[in-house]
Design a protein around this ligand. Sequence first.
Ligand code: AMP
Ligand code: ZN
Length: 461
Amino acid sequence: MTLRIYDTAQRAKRVFEPQDPARITLYVCGPTPYNYAHIGNARPPIVFDVLRRVLASQYGASAIVYARNITDIEDKLITASLETGEPIAAIAQKFAKIYNDDAAALNVAPPTIEPWATAHVPEMIGMIEKLVRKKYAYVGKQGVWFAVGSMPDYGKLSGRKQEDNEAGARVEIDSDKRDPADFALWKFAKPGEPDDAIWDSPWGRGRPGWHVECSAMAAKHLGKTIDIHGGGVDLQFPHHENEIAQSECAHGQVMANYWMHNGFLDMGGEKMSKSLGNVVLVHDLLKAWPGEVVRFAMLSGHYRAALDWNEDLLKQAKTTLDRLYGALRRVWGEEGGDARDRGVLKALSDDLNTPEALAELSRLASEANTAADQKDHDAMANARANLLAAGALLGLLTKTPKDWEQGADADENARIDGLVQARVDARSARDWAEADRIRDALAAEGIEIMDGPSGSTWRRV
Ligand code: AMP
Ligand code: ZN
């Protein structure tokens, strides 16, 4: 199926054509692991995980080379280290692990490659040397700067004109930039900065700028031209603009053939961000809700649109998933069907139209219910296969209906199974009072017994 994606650089939906269908390269800017991530930060990993699943369905999973970096050289990590007295590496390792564990709970598969900035400083220095040699960069008193005026098409991604950049740039009193829009490739160490944030370089001790970290890591692991580069819309300028400037001036070729940007997650009408304080941490959300509920809520809006995050969104996601799993339960025993329905793939192939894809998933659930009502076993088997294949594209319906409805605590489930059986036995013995007592006791725990033709089952409500 033809995949179309909206390319920010061309400002149009374009048919996706990989350079090499056997090796499709995708780079997404990853987290600075200095603290817990908020749910807005989880939008890029979830969105690009869906993209990767769609690409994998077309080109094969092993053809997709997906790099998502860890920005473990960054001012926020230095601040966190100075505040807590902990080494930067310890903070970064702790929060990168939490980030990855939380991503796993959201059914986000790990990237193929997870490059850490600290492991690529020589590559960054190599790239800066090239830029200095080609006169795209100059050495100042505070660092090495990229001269935006040296690149005729600087600003092409965001559509900013050179004059806008100058007008928009803050006037930095002590800066020795030649142009306020120039940006740092290498920052010389300042007094008081921790030793573990300082590296040697041909120009003096210091650290690389954030933008050059991504340029160097993308080139090393994916090549000088990658297929798709992604990230949040706030990264379009200056981060991605500057990645383009560095990579294209160093290599003399296009950095990425497609640029994709997800919109913001808002809360209370404003962008969710730590500085505004309107944040919900992924880590906290996952204590209150199953990962699939959070993922479903995230995918309920189109990735390029702003999405307002609130409790109702989560409740609705939970209700819908309960319905989907309820349908799946009714056809669960019917294996060996064919997954021929293409509705979800078709929706996702149109620039990741996840709202449409979720509607298609609900349609498949209705088909499963109809097939089950009619006891049409062939149709039930096909409905099962369709639901599972479509769910896999979205990273949903990855649990068994039993695990979804009952939870994964084996001891607890065995206890409840025992009580449900005791009720069945009481009913057989016509001890209605005892049967009702057990039902009521379970109901008080939030457990609903469902009596059906093949016996009694239960679920948490
Ligand atoms: P930051 O921690 O601000 O560097 O952001 C890490 C990633 O999360 C970047 O790709 C941002 O674009 C993305 N991001 C941050 N805040 C939001 C938000 N409210 N909605 C969507 N994406 C966000
Ligand atoms: Zn980046």
